[in-house]
Design a protein around this ligand. Structure first.
Ligand SMILES: Cc1cc2nc3c(=O)[nH]c(=O)nc-3n(C[C@H](O)[C@H](O)[C@H](O)COP(=O)(O)OP(=O)(O)OC[C@H]3O[C@@H](n4cnc5c(N)ncnc54)[C@H](O)[C@@H]3O)c2cc1C
Length: 324
């Protein structure tokens, strides 16, 4: 198996990163193979110093003016046929995380960040990394190659580098700086939804089913005079903004009335609504735990029932004042 380590001597801490990558390459389960380091530098370090940074037996040195992702990606794409690699490894820094994702996209492979271990299975690379803020260790099987992995910072024991790699190729790309970001604009984040102060909450779960149906539920909340909240899958699917999230990772509400539609009643979500004075749950599944936790449970489609509620509430509203 051919693999490539991509290092930048012109970003901070190259020695530490090289030692961490070296530790990863020598970790248990890492497959034997031919490794080449593609090392980008700005000419400050000498050739022997650069070669001593490479954690692989061979190295390609590329002199650039400064770190520019577009230029690095272009060169890696250009070198891809020659390197014929199934695996690209990047250090865990801003540049590495960006390059891994973008290179995988360009080479039609896969990428994963925060990788702590790797081994080869018959049907792909099996990587481990932590998930849910380090609460659990997850295993990922990556089938589409090349795999572009960001090795977790602090996830492996760093290992001293050997005397120096063999120089395979030396390129000078200083003459092609070329900026690719032409303009930057910042969009201020929306103000927090303030759900913790809600007196009346309407919360939608994954059962909302789609972005359009979630938008309709948000509109119904507005019509009813309720604040709109969502469970995590709804926020993660970008059907609603993250500041609407209810539960342990979001708003812990205590409204006088909460209507929850299409949420199963997971502990993480329930913690965010269980202090409601009166809780109504709507779910198509009569066995959903959410129904058991509610003061009133309704079995049926959340949107259809809330449409009807909004219609009844609209019909019950006092009509406009009549003037002589
Ligand atoms: C560390 C950690 C923190 C977390 N923090 C949060 C958090 O803060 N908030 C949070 O919400 N989750 C959080 N989660 C995720 C949580 O564990 C659940 O995965 C999540 O709450 C499930 O959301 P849900 O109930 O909307 O989806 P699901 O569990 O998929 O439930 C969907 C429900 O909708 C019902 N349904 C389907 N169609 C309809 C319909 N048309 N009408 C009505 N009902 C329908 C189904 O019967 C089902 O019961 C966290 C998880 C972890 C590990």
């Amino acid at each position: 198996m051919n693999f490539v380590v991509v290092l930048q001597a012109c970003t901070p801490g190259p020695i530490t990163k090289a030692r961490e990558l070296n530790g990863f390459l020598h970790g248990p389960g890492f497959p034997a193979g031919n490794g080449t380091t593609v090392l980008f530098h700005d000419g400050v370090l000498s050739r022997p110093e650069l070669l001593a940074l490479a954690p692989t037996p061979a190295a390609i040195l590329v002199q650039v003016t400064r770190h520019q992702p577009e230029q690095v990606l272009g060169l890696l794409e250009e070198l891809a046929p020659r390197l014929d690699a199934e695996l690209y490894l990047f250090p865990d820094d801003l540049a590495g995380r960006e390059l891994a994702v973008r290179l995988a996209c360009r080479l039609r492979g896969t990428s994963l960040a925060g990788v702590r271990s790797l081994r080869v299975d018959p049907d792909g690379f099996r990587c481990t990394r932590t998930a849910y803020s380090g609460q659990v260790e997850a295993a990922w099987r990556l089938k589409r190659r090349p795999c572009c992995l960001v090795v977790a910072k602090g996830g492996v024991e760093p290992l001293d580098l050997s005397p120096g790699a063999r120089l395979e190729l030396e390129l000078d790309r200083r003459e092609r700086p070329g900026a690719w970001i032409e303009a930057l604009a910042a969009t201020p984040a929306p103000p927090p939804a303030g759900l913790e102060q809600a007196g009346f909450l309407l919360a939608a779960g994954r059962g909302a089913g789609s972005r359009d149906r979630t938008a309709r539920l948000a509109a119904i909340a507005l019509e009813l005079g309720a604040d709109f909240g969502v469970s995590r899958p709804v926020a993660m699917n970008a059907w609603a903004s993250m500041d609407r999230l209810v539960g342990v990772s979001g708003a812990m509400t205590r409204p006088a009335l909460a209507i929850v539609a299409g949420a199963s009643g997971s502990a993480a979500f329930l913690a965010g609504v269980e202090r409601s004075r009166f809780l109504v749950a709507i779910n198509t599944d009569h066995r959903a735990p959410m129904l058991r936790c509610a003061d009133v449970g309704v079995v049926g489609d959340g949107l259809a029932i809330l449409e009807e509620l909004a219609r009844l509430a609209g019909a019950a509203k006092p009509r406009g004042t009549v003037h002589d």
